[in-house]
Design a binder for this molecule. Structure first.
Ligand SMILES: *[C@@H]1O[C@H](CO)[C@@H](O)[C@H](O)[C@H]1NC(C)=O
Ligand SMILES: *[C@@H]1O[C@H](CO)[C@@H](O)[C@H](O)[C@H]1NC(C)=O
Ligand SMILES: [Zn+2]
Length: 488
């Protein structure tokens, strides 16, 4: 049995390689990063960041039921709360809509930051997305309470003040308001309300790295794709229900495509399912595991890894690789990570998908510290600017940390961020019209490393770099290899 498994495994690996190669073409259709979200300013300025380590822990929030009760809010109530909050806290919040659901409900985003209307140059933008599955609304309510917590704690809590002074936090409480509208409180399982109004699962509706996703793009998904193409998010959490675990990319695996063809014969199926449920790890596995652990360990229960029911899995330390749990195609976290280098993880925060409202207060108590501490992780790693020889920022310079094939690009202000754990790293930086450059740096635990890179104009024979401008992250490695060859 073991021998047969090994042979089958090798066969799968071979096929997987072929599939990875075959699916590379899907990446060329991806949009390039064009971060927006702010008015053009003159010269980039970067204030020296005070490290978040050493600040007192965020204080527990005293719910003020006059403004926000622990009940489920329908779309009208949610809209009213967001409008009232943005009117009451104009210096800390900004409300915008990234589009509408099929049935015309606004997909509201609340920015919470001491600079709500403008991107702060040099400082990261982060996000939370709730309720992508309409019948999993605990996250939706948690995000409303998180907004309330931030605005009421800013002036009294040093940790919150630091976070909002140094981060723009974008909160989309519901990505699937139509699904929510047909969901039923008290329904712990099932699919009623999971999908959008046309019956599409929005967390299967994104372009996929491993596999062609033929599902027709839905307005809710398109709105999110457009949103994340305009703002370069460094870190993101997507909130779900139905389990208690922090799940990290990849969600898909090169093997999943094989399942459909092979799983008609049930004897083989079990064997292939074993393989399909193998971890599908990114080159940033250390970082993504760390981020998941930050959430799980700050949560009241998650890191204990207790199974929701006897028939469901128990997750060691409350975290799992997405594909190791079960592979899926078209998920949002893989898209964020592969296309934009945004570290997104999936947070399953309630065993029951739609628990009774009287339990919401408990969920808030369990999640509040996790929700805050997770966002602060955007301030770990390396950040800086890429400049041309005249000191002007270079937009869309591609950066790759050596050994981590999924790259990322600079914003229009020449900024970049990458979450990394302490250690010694090399980055490869290249941009159209400039000679590629390798820089070395060290990451420490206490504060982010600030790294400015100046690129020199390329010699004429390096025109090959013009290819680089039109390709995206995963492809950059191959282009970069070519560039290096050309430079040798
Ligand atoms: C990097 O460049 C920014 C923007 O010009 C500047 O504010 C900052 O001081 C520079 N940092 C370092 C470490 O040189
Ligand atoms: C908002 O900021 C302005 C200008 O800095 C200030 O005058 C005003 O008092 C602030 N308002 C609130 C509600 O904090
Ligand atoms: Zn879900």
């Amino acid at each position: 049995m073991i021998l047969r498994k090994t042979i089958a495994g090798q066969l799968l690996q071979l096929l997987a390689l072929i599939i990875i190669h075959a699916s590379c073409h899907t990446l060329t259709s991806a949009k390039t990063v064009n971060p927006g979200g702010g008015e053009l300013q003159q010269q980039p300025q970067l204030e020296q960041q005070q490290p978040i380590q050493g600040l007192p822990e965020p204080r527990a929030y005293m719910p003020d039921s006059q403004n926000l009760d622990f009940v489920y809010h329908d779309h009208e109530e949610l809209t009213r709360f967001l409008r009232a909050t943005s009117a009451r806290y104009p210096n800390l919040t900004a409300l915008y809509s990234i589009g509408k659901s099929i049935q015309g409900r606004d997909l509201w985003v609340m920015v919470v930051s001491s600079s709500p209307y403008e991107h702060m140059i040099g400082k990261p933008d982060v996000k939370y997305v709730g309720n992508i599955h309409g019948n999993e609304p605990v996250g939706r309510e948690m995000l409303l309470h998180l907004i309330q917590y931030f605005v009421t704690s800013y002036s009294s809590d040093q940790y919150v003040k630091w976070l909002l002074d140094n981060t723009r936090i974008h909160i989309l409480p519901t990505m699937n308001p139509d699904g929510y509208a047909v969901s039923k409180e008290g329904t712990c399982d099932g699919g009623q309300g999971r999908y959008n109004a046309r019956g599409f699962d929005l967390n299967r509706n994104f372009p996929d790295y491993f596999k062609q996703n033929n599902k027709r793009g839905q307005p809710e998904t398109d709105a999110v794709k457009d949103w994340i193409s305009k703002i370069q998010f460094v870190l993101s959490g997507s909130l779900h229900g139905g389990a208690l675990v922090a799940s990290y990319p990849y969600d898909n695996t090169p093997n999943s495509r094989l399942l459909k063809g092979i799983c008609r014969s049930s004897a083989l199926c079990a064997m292939f399912q074993t393989y399909s449920a193998a971890p599908s790890l990114t080159p940033d596995d250390d970082v993504l595991k760390h981020l998941s652990l930050v959430y799980a360990r700050n949560h009241a229960k998650m890191s204990r890894g207790v199974a929701c029911k006897s028939a469901t899995p128990a997750f060691e330390n409350g975290i799992t690789n997405g594909a190791a749990w079960y592979p899926l195609t078209g998920g949002m976290q893989d898209y964020n990570y592969v296309w934009y280098g945004c570290m997104e993880i999936t947070l399953e925060i309630s065993c029951c998908k739609f628990p009774p409202a009287y339990e919401l207060k408990k969920y808030w108590e369990d999640n509040q510290l996790s929700l805050i501490k997770f966002l602060a992780e955007a301030h770990r790693g390396v950040q800086g600017f890429v400049f041309d020889p005249a000191g002007m920022p270079i937009e869309r310079a591609s950066i790759k940390i050596k050994g981590r094939d999924v790259g990322f690009q600079t914003t229009k202000y020449g900024e970049f961020w990458r979450i990394l754990l302490p250690g010694y790293y090399k980055a490869e930086v290249f941009a159209e019209g400039f000679a590629p450059r390798e820089v070395e740096f060290v990451i420490v635990e206490q504060h982010p490393t600030l790294l400015n890179v100046t690129l020199q104009s390329s010699k004429p024979y390096l025109v090959a770099s013009s290819v680089a401008s039109s390709v995206t992250t995963a492809k950059t490695r191959r282009v970069n290899d070519k560039l290096q060859l050309a430079a040798d």
